[in-house]
Design a protein around this ligand. Sequence first.
Ligand code: ADP
Ligand code: MG
Length: 491
Amino acid sequence: MSNLIKGKKHEWETVIGLEIHAQVKSNSKLFSNSSTVFGSKPNSQVSLVDAAMPGMLPVINRYCIEQAVKSGIGLNAKINNHSVFDRKNYFYADLPQGYQISQYKYPIVGEGKVTIDFKDGTSKDIRIVRLHLEQDAGKSLHDQNPTKTYVDLNRSGVALMEIVSEPDIRSADEAGLYISKIRSILMYLDTCDGNMQEGSLRADVNISVRKPGDDYGTRCEIKNLNSIKFIKQAINYEVKRQIEVLEEGGVIEQNTLLFNTSSGKTSPMRSKEEAHDYRYFPDPDLLPLDINQEDIDKLKNAIPELPDDRKTRYISDYNLSNYDASVLTSDKYVSDYYDTIIESDKTLKDSSKIVVNWLTSELFSLLNDKNIQINNSPVTPQNLGKLVKLITEDIISGKIAKEVLVEMFNTKQDPEKIIEKKGLKQVTNTSEIETIVDEVLKENQIIVDQYLSGKDKLLGFFVGQSMKKSQGKANPKILNEIIKIKLSKKK
Ligand code: ADP
Ligand code: MG
């Protein structure tokens, strides 16, 4: 698959590197015991440490450290036994300390990689440079008062993991797949809740373009995007902009940009000259972080099955394609749902692909329509399994099954009860089907003659008419055979 983009004069290659900020899932903050619950009353979760009162000292939250280590293991990355917390100095209203405690030279997690999977069955590795821990800042609220800005410090001091990729990403789609994959891994590990709407996972996107084979071009960085849709839009807009500038003989200036979600355009926030000088230095209030190998190994041994392992299991145990397996396993809840279906009945393992289709096309579209998450699905995995069994055992047709599924979705009922009550069972009784076919042939004498004179394609017409007459209930295989036999007898 080529990712090259045609400009007016040249072909261009997109180069993208992502800095993902993932909020650590933990009850309390990185250096204080304040709660991290989202959506509470402003400034109700602020300790003296978070408000940076003079003389307050940070105390490391061990659980946050473990969460970062687990995340590193999930990203196939090197865990550093020795890391250091630094002060990153800048002034902003929502940063009471006047600096952010972060990690710079010595991050807790080093190089790693994650694999992304494409529709055509191929995959690609994206290299991770590092994962480091840092504090989140507070929030400025500009919409509470016409003339004032308020500050909410509830988020101040919450632990963030910043995950930095190498510039290995080559398109907006790849960037989307990469973020989804990171999100999925962290959610399997339970180290981040993955809620992008609430800002628990957001990304800074670095973008440049180059002619294939050239060195990397100058990049721009789009700050703080919190939806995959916006990330893709922003990339596509920015790539087009950069190509236009370059083809007109201009140069790209290394700027920090903001993406306007209503106009779909990027605009400069600050230029390289205005870039902050953060004057990093080791935080004198915190000792370097030294972690025993034993503790790391303990966490390693407790890592649950991750999406890639699950994908491999689906391919080997259920005979699914790489793509189907990756779609299912990308969301832990979908994947758990699928496992529950297959485990609900021994015979369903042989229908694993049919189960995928009923789950990912039919049930998903009903859920999407109503904006319901799979873990709240009104159709239980057991009942979806029963529905698939009714199809594979020829008790109902696929077409009827769709109606039954809608009914299951609306009433939470068992599919067997629904087809019983509505009399939807498939007709397999041959004499009943023969009667229907006889009627159809009699009613359409002219078309029968056309068929007999060589228009084989008309077979489908008789099948359709007979199926309609049976109200969709005739077993299609038996119906087909009977029609063929009856017509051949007329020859
Ligand atoms: P900074 O700390 O100034 O943001 P880094 O070197 O840490 O700079 O890079 C930040 C991100 O930018 C990384 O994800 C990296 O992959 C990406 N990046 C670096 N160079 C380029 C480039 N030429 N084009 C696109 N992305 C790049
Ligand atoms: Mg950056």
